[in-house]
Design a protein around this ligand. Structure first.
Ligand code: DAH
Length: 342
């Protein structure tokens, strides 16, 4: 009986058909109630018990293969014959459906551009944690104990722990870099920052900054000015002018605020620059010797500059977005407009 089953299995494997009728005839001959395989199952009842296991296995195998074969050939014939009568024929000249392309978020686009501009002159990207301790966010940066920026109004603290907070600026990353690396240091640190502020068209409690830091022997204010001029021209166009206004930050001395000439009106004044011709872009200054000391760098040997800018503000300017809240609403009608921006 085993020989007979094996011969049938060969026949099944070799079977080919070109029409549904041929497949059906094959199915009836092999698998229908009065077909060859069910009749073998009848014969199986009389098989010597010693051989039953082996014969049973072959028989089941034959049945499975025959069933598979019939279904397989039916499927192939169905595919080849296309739609049946009554079904719509596909239009083969129709253009394909393209998978919809996403677009980068305007904040990511702006951050990538800023990173790229500084990477080209040797700055490397470094990152730090969004949850910071008092040392990295404030103390090491020379904030006096009673400084209002540590106040509950500005800082999101964690529960009752006065030592842990969401970082209020990316300047915390400069501390981490200086603590762990030796000069020369050239780094930029993009990231998310948090402040307990009322949300409006110009402010949000979550926003993004890029921090920059350059430490080496003999770094001067003039080096900083030239680097920032290069940045401004790469970012806003080659005709851009910058101006540095005296300012104050606990971690830099001297400190300055940098404005760029309005890239919309080019100087005479427009609603974007509030008719001043200038747009405020970042804070900067020479790293305070106290900060260098706090981070284990000798201020007698090294000096450096630092700067920090808000990505939302810059993105608002280059894309002319009037309301900062749009960046966080994830409205596709807004986001889709940045498809071609890179
Ligand atoms: N951390 C400042 C802020 O959040 C920005 C800043 C100003 C960063 C001056 C600096 C700097 O590194 O030198 O407003």
């Amino acid at each position: 009986m085993i020989e007979k089953i094996k011969a049938l299995l060969q026949e099944v494997e070799a079977f080919r058909a070109e029409t549904h009728e041929q497949v059906e005839a094959f199915r009836v001959r092999m698998l229908s109630k009065k077909g060859i395989i069910p009749s073998l199952f009848q014969d199986f009842k009389g098989v010597d018990p010693a051989l039953r296991k082996e014969v049973g296995q072959h028989l089941n195998d034959l049945k499975d293969r025959a069933t598979e074969k019939v279904n397989q050939i039916k499927d192939l014939l169905d595919q080849a014959s296309g739609p049946k009568d009554g079904q719509e024929h596909p239009d083969l000249s129709m253009p394909a459906d393209f998978a919809p392309l996403g677009s980068r978020h305007p904040i990511s686009i702006t951050r990538n551009r800023i990173n790229g501009i500084f990477e080209r002159i040797g700055f490397v990207v470094s990152e730090g944690p969004e949850m910071e301790d008092d040392w990295h966010n404030f103390s090491a940066l020379n904030f006096p104990e009673e400084h209002p920026a540590r106040d509950m109004q500005d800082t999101f603290f964690f529960g009752k722990n006065p030592d842990l907070a969401l970082r209020t600026h990316t300047s915390s990353v400069q501390v981490r870099v200086m603590e762990s690396q030796k000069p020369p240091i050239r780094t930029i640190s993009p990231g998310r920052v948090f402040r307990n502020e009322a949300i409006s068209a110009r402010a949000h409690c979550i926003f993004h900054q890029v921090e920059g830091l350059y430490i080496d022997k003999g770094v001067s204010f003039a080096d900083m000015r030239q680097t920032l001029l290069y940045f401004a021209r790469e970012m806003f166009g080659e005709k851009t002018q910058i101006r540095l206004r005296p300012s104050f930050f606990p971690f830099t001395e001297p400190s300055a605020e940098m404005d760029v000439s309005c890239n919309i009106c080019g100087g005479p004044g427009c609603p974007i620059c509030k008719y001043s011709g200038w747009i405020e872009v970042m804070g900067c200054g020479m790293v305070d010797p106290n900060v260098l000391k706090n981070c284990g760098i000798d201020p007698e040997v090294y000096s450096g500059y630092a700067f920090g800018m808000g990505i939302e503000r810059i993105a608002m300017n280059i894309f002319q977005v009037r309301d900062l809240r749009m960046y966080f609403e994830n409205d596709l009608r807004f986001l889709r407009q940045f498809k071609s921006a890179l």
